[in-house]
Design a protein around this ligand. Structure first.
Ligand code: FES
Length: 108
């Protein structure tokens, strides 16, 4: 029997993920990438909804709040997970990020 309660996972200390850096964690076999965008943290599924492109390798645009899929160039909104440009049109999952005792924590 599983519960509906969300699980929290620790990523790393805040000091280990500098602005512009990214880190991949896995939960239940699913890769999640955590970005530090000018001091703000975002976590999204590391798998493009178009053709599984590795979003962790994409270019970040912190001013626009997007990451570009390195495979075919779709832009994804880091806050909502929505695909902003084709060829992707479905969103990717996003995960709430918290800082607890100087540790980056995800709710999955
Ligand atoms: S795999 Fe990401 S746009 Fe095609």
């Amino acid at each position: 029997m599983t519960t509906d309660e969300n699980t929290k996972i620790s990523v790393c200390p805040v000091s280990e993920l500098a602005p512009g850096e990214r880190k991949i964690v896995e939960h239940d076999g699913e890769p999640i990438v955590v970005f530090n965008c000018e001091g703000e943290f975002f976590a999204i599924e590391d798998r493009c909804s178009h053709d599984d492109g590795p979003l962790a390798e994409g270019e970040l645009d912190c001013a626009a709040g997007t990451v570009e899929c390195p495979r075919h160039g779709s832009l994804f909104d880091l806050r909502s997970g929505k695909a902003k440009t084709l060829p992707a049109y479905e969103p990717v999952r996003i995960f709430p990020v918290e800082i607890t005792d100087d540790t980056i924590t995800l709710e999955v």
